[in-house]
Design a protein around this ligand. Structure first.
Ligand code: NAD
Ligand code: UGA
Length: 435
């Protein structure tokens, strides 16, 4: 049994803490948010993530997982300290390292025994060196430590399964022994381990996210060409995906990528390139293709309803993707804004993100039921591909709407069935688009 401290109990930190506890380690999960820690002690989760509550509860009951706001308590007897705090975008696109810096300083001030400090947060290339420097400078008296980069690749909504079954574990450090200890900690996950240096590990994370975002922007561009020429992008993606060099993942065309990761990581990588005199041609195009889609969804809906002014448009789904309550850089925010700007009244429904949406979408009227929302709508837009939308009683929805118009920006419905049901239906990149 190893003793681990995980700093930050957000989407990554809490999952990391609960999973390491479940693997038999003793884990202290630490956060500066007293409210989050107080709630966790009462069994209240700070985020929605399928299966997390049960996993946390089980490991708290077994005594392997506990929570604290105190660095002194968190680091006592600990061999490994994982930093899993946020690294949001600063206004110039650069990653904002204030939370990582604050965590490094607190570790330095409170560590009393040798420690391996592991960056799980997604951090710009060179941050590991920065953390090492900061810890050295902030220690009241020298205590040995090593810095290791071990980026996280989990996805929200499937975070526990992703953590427990990674495609690979990346471990980067200039201290071979520390890297090997971190690798050992991950052995139960039975994934290939890439042992490398700090900077390369940091870059693997950015390059991976940027590549996945590129795949999505690529298929979205192909979708627009399919739509213009009468091909079906869903089948194109299936046909492409069988090629092992391409693979089937991240080829769902739609409204483009959002969330707390791809947007900020693509921006931060482009910023790093530019700062070092490399023009990020591909990353710039990937970003432009992505964000243009949000306006296009509003415009295409406008074409379907004969102008948005005075129309009532309902958004099915607000979270940036299904199975999460995360609204960071959710496409729904920009789509709602574009619709409202053009004079539409915007409504929204989401199975779990309504609370979070309240603060972020003051211009839209929120509903707790999709059928209630549909009453009197001139069009519905599917923004998030929640499973429950696939099973809606569309006949009933049609009867409730002012006009039977659906823009399916996630391709969850079958165009032929929508036509049979009597909808004016448009989706993304499929030969039949209801024109
Ligand atoms: P988050 O915003 O959900 O959680 C961050 C937590 O850190 C918050 O609870 C906050 O209170 C806490 N915190 C901030 N400063 C602190 C400090 N000084 N000491 C202790 N706690 C502090 O963030 P997240 O989505 O979990 O992302 C964390 C990092 O992991 C980011 O770098 C992100 O890019 C990366 N990442 C995220 C995901 C994801 O799916 N969300 C996946 C892989 C990697
Ligand atoms: C993404 C990566 O997939 C994770 O590997 C990574 O750890 C994480 O970012 C991170 O660094 O934080 P996540 O943002 O949770 O995970 O979700 P994804 O499932 O990758 O989806 C990202 C966005 O792309 C969503 O808006 C989703 O709707 C969209 N998407 C995804 C598509 O439009 N098409 C697809 O085929 C797949």
């Amino acid at each position: 049994m190893k003793q681990i401290c995980v700093i930050g109990v957000g989407y990554v930190g809490l999952v990391t803490a609960a999973c390491f506890a479940d693997l038999g380690n003793r884990v202290l999960a630490l956060d500066i948010s007293e409210k989050r820690i107080e709630n966790l002690k009462k069994g209240v989760m700070p985020i929605y993530e399928p299966g997390l509550e049960e996993l946390v509860e089980r490991n708290v009951r077994s005594g392997r997982l506990s929570f604290t706001t105190s660095y002194q308590e968190g680091l006592k007897g600990t061999e490994f300290a994982f930093i899993a705090v946020g690294t949001p975008s600063a206004s110039n696109g650069e990653a904002d390292l204030q939370y990582v810096a604050a965590a490094a300083k607190s570790i330095a001030e409170n560590m009393s025994a040798p420690l391996i400090i592991i960056n799980k947060s997604t951090v710009p290339i060179g941050t590991g060196d920065l953390v090492a420097d900061m810890v050295t400078r902030s220690q009241p008296k020298p205590v040995p430590f090593s810095v290791v980069s071990c980026p996280e690749f989990l996805r929200e909504g499937t975070a526990i399964a992703d953590f427990m079954n990674p495609h690979r574990t990346v471990v980067g450090s200039l201290h071979r022994e520390a890297a090997e200890q971190v690798a050992q900690l991950h052995l139960p996950l039975r994934a290939p381990i890439v042992l490398t240096d700090l900077r390369t590990a940091e870059m693997i994370k950015y390059a991976s996210n940027a590549f996945l975002a590129t795949k999505i922007s690529f298929i979205n561009e192909i979708a627009d060409v399919c739509e213009a020429l009468g091909a079906d992008v869903k089948e194109v993606a299936v046909g492409m995906g069988y090629d092992k060099r391409i693979g089937p993942a991240m080829l769902d065309a739609g409204v483009g990528w959002g969330g707390s990761c791809f947007p900020k990581d693509v921006k931060a990588l482009a910023y790093m390139a530019e700062e070092n005199n490399v023009t990020p041609h591909v990353l710039n195009a990937v970003t432009k293709v992505n964000y243009d889609r949000r306006r296009a969804v509003a415009e295409r809906t406008g074409q379907m309803v004969g102008g948005l002014k005075g129309k009532v448009i309902g958004l099915l789904g607000l979270a940036f993707k299904e199975n999460t309550d995360d609204m960071r850089d959710a496409p729904s925010i920009d789509i709602a804004h574009h619709l409202a700007e053009a004079g539409a009244t915007v409504r929204g429904y989401d199975p779990v993100a309504l609370e979070v949406a309240k603060g972020l979408l003051p211009e839209i009227i929120l509903f707790h039921d999709p059928y209630e929302m549909a009453k009197g709508c001139d069009a519905l837009i599917v923004v998030t591909p929640w499973n429950e939308f696939k099973q809606l009683d569309l006949q009933e929805i049609k009867g409730l709407m002012n006009s039977a118009i659906v823009f399916d920006s996630r391709n969850i419905y079958n165009p032929a069935e929508m036509k049979t049901l009597g909808f004016r239906y448009r989706s993304i990149g499929r030969g039949f688009n209801g024109k």
